[in-house]
Design a protein around this ligand. Structure first.
Ligand SMILES: Cc1cc2nc3c(=O)[nH]c(=O)nc-3n(C[C@H](O)[C@H](O)[C@H](O)COP(=O)(O)OP(=O)(O)OC[C@H]3O[C@@H](n4cnc5c(N)ncnc54)[C@H](O)[C@@H]3O)c2cc1C
Length: 547
């Protein structure tokens, strides 16, 4: 399309839009990590998904869904309560596309068992691509997928809900879940007096007939238009997990009132509510008093998705930065050919290679955990570490990507300002940074033999790489120290770096060597580009990142 000329000047030296690309085909580190973790056969499927989500139309939906934010309609015109949230049509389109691709259910069989094969890795690759375009709508998508793990504690309820969850359909109607073509589920744990410390929950549950009546509040409950929520409440035997639907079994609207929607830094397309329950109908999930044990099965999966989504924000940042640098000239030379910009971009590309290899290796352990005890231990030990390290890396990485675009990067017309506002949330929700660091030694102490096996495997997989041996010794010693909690961040960061090196070594040994040399053998500077890579490696990294 020819643009109308400006009267005063020509427009030139602006990079063209980065759209209508195949997000899979242009991402060699992703394809290599998927292949190394069992997903080779899915290349065509992933490319089709990559083209759909890399289209200009999807990017526009992402923009619209964030610009036209959800609105709470508490009352109707006559003053009766409605408690519904309205979304822009673009949000519904994004939800429909994610549901149709099975992002909310493809890791489960129709009866709610792990689907096996490489289903986790393949779904993670899709989630990674979708999150590069729009992350807010993925909140209910990830919670729905994860809820199945908790619902497994209540087989009768699982069987009834899977009949709807298993459909690859999105049905936004405000109607009882059992009448719908597809359903979404949310989660309510956090109360005003405590989010990490859910044992302090005050919300009460009283037996009533076959079910329970829930009374109390939640300070954060995202995606309030979900059809049901898994909530924690105090029953006679202690903190218990409940299935709390929007409609009671008799078809009446359940006694749930949304007080307001949070005014958030980012994550704007997603609604996050403050909510009160006035004797709302609920069914128990799992045993009374075992609420944390039940819901943690769900949280394990949402933590995995936090890491995937954070890696995705970084990938989108790098791709936009590289694309811009290859088109933008400064002092008669493309930015991508300026040595200092090459240093920045290649260091970022290296960081992301390690990140995506680490995340896909983690997803592989989710695939294999049901039949392999060592992989199950890998999953338990590495999930909090990966969630911590990847989610914490994202804001700084996205900021650096933004700066590569100069002033345009800081302006809301582009996607990077949105990614930057989005990036911190993955580190905060589903267990904040310190909580993740405390979870690693907890997992270690519960299964010390398995933990030793995992550490030995990481040491073996990184043998001979710069700094790897020392890192393995440091990690082992750190977790044995009596004051280990004080240095938990240091130990968990080293563990993540070692695991990333090991994962990358299976994908691309040369990149693993560079990753280890710049991140294990020495402390990586706070800034990207403050490394000394040779030119051949720089070129390879940049070609792999964006051909
Ligand atoms: C956008 C958004 C949406 C959300 N949606 C939901 C939702 O749908 N459902 C839901 O249940 N919750 C939701 N949350 C809440 C979120 O999970 C909590 O905010 C989070 O778990 C932290 O709890 P808190 O806010 O009470 O902070 P606190 O628990 O008070 O923690 C504050 C800080 O202290 C640190 N800390 C805690 N314990 C320790 C310790 N022992 N040692 C050292 N440091 C420690 C934490 O890491 C954190 O940095 C959402 C939050 C946000 C921002």
């Amino acid at each position: 399309m020819t643009q109308a000329p400006h009267a005063t000047h020509d427009v030139y030296n602006q990079s063209p839009p980065f759209e209508d690309v195949d997000l899979y085909a242009i991402d060699r580190p992703l394809a290599a990590a998927v292949a190394a973790n069992g997903g080779t056969g899915a290349a065509d499927d992933l490319s089709g998904f990559g083209r759909t989500w890399g289209s200009a139309a999807m990017a526009e939906r992402g923009r619209l869904a964030n610009e036209h934010t959800p609105k709470l309609r508490s009352f109707d015109a006559r003053g009766f309560r409605r408690d519904v949230v309205e979304f822009h049509p673009a949000y519904h389109d994004l939800m429909a596309a994610s549901a149709q691709a099975g992002l909310h259910n493809s890791t489960w069989t129709v009866d709610g068992r792990p689907a096996g094969g490489a289903s986790e890795v393949v779904r993670a690759a899709k989630f990674y691509m979708a999150a590069q375009v729009e992350t807010g709508h993925l909140c209910p998508v990830t919670m729905t997928r994860a809820s199945v793990a908790a619902l497994s504690a209540q087989p009768d309820l699982l069987a009834r809900t899977m009949a709807v969850i298993a459909a690859r359909a999105y049905d936004p109607a405000f109607a009882p879940w059992w009448t719908k073509r597809g359903m979404t589920l949310g989660m309510g744990m956090t109360e005003k007096q405590g989010g990490t410390d859910v044992r302090s929950n005050m919300t009460r549950a009283e037996r009533a007939g076959d079910g329970y009546r829930i009374t109390g509040h939640k300070w954060f409950m995202s995606a309030p238009m979900c059809d049901a929520f898994l909530v924690l409440a105090q029953a006679d035997a202690g903190l218990t997990c409940f299935f709390l639907p929007r409609f009671a079994p008799d078809g009446s609207v359940n006694a749930i009132q949304f007080q307001r929607l949070k005014d958030k830094l980012g994550n704007r397309s997603n609604a996050s509510s403050e909510v009160e329950f006035f004797g709302a109908y609920a069914e128990r999930v799992g045993e009374e008093g075992k609420g944390i044990r039940t819901i943690i099965q769900m949280v394990q999966l949402t933590r995995q998705d936090c890491a995937i989504a954070s890696a995705a924000l970084m990938r989108s940042g790098l791709a936009h930065a590289l694309h811009h640098a290859r088109h933008r000239c400064v002092f008669q030379k493309h930015l991508a050919d300026q040595p200092l910009m090459q240093a920045v971009l290649s260091d970022m590309a290296l960081h992301l290679e390690g990140t995506v290899a680490l995340v896909m290796r983690l997803c592989r352990s989710f695939d294999r955990a049901p039949q392999d005890a060592t992989e199950a231990a890998h999953m338990r030990l590495l999930t909090p570490a990966v969630k911590y390290w990847v989610c914490k890396s994202a804001p700084g990485f996205v900021y650096e990507a933004m700066e590569c675009l100069g002033g345009n990067g800081y302006v809301e017309d582009g996607i990077l300002a949105r990614h930057y506002r989005e990036a911190p949330v993955n580190a905060i929700w589903e267990g904040s940074g310190n909580v993740m660091c405390l979870d690693v030694p907890r997992a270690l102490s519960r299964e010390p033999d398995a933990a030793v096996t995992i550490l030995q495997a990481l040491a073996e997989d990184t043998k001979g790489l710069p700094g790897a041996g020392e890192a393995a010794v440091f990690i082992g010693n750190a977790f044995r120290r009596a004051d280990g909690e004080r240095i938990a961040r240091l130990a968990v960061e080293k563990l993540s770096l070692l695991a990333a090196t090991a994962a990358l070594n299976r994908v691309s040994p040369r990149q693993a060597e560079l990753f280890a040399a710049t991140r294990l053998a020495t402390t990586h500077a706070g800034m990207y580009g403050a490394v000394d890579l040779d030119l051949k490696d720089v070129r390879t990294l940049l070609d792999r990142a964006l051909p």
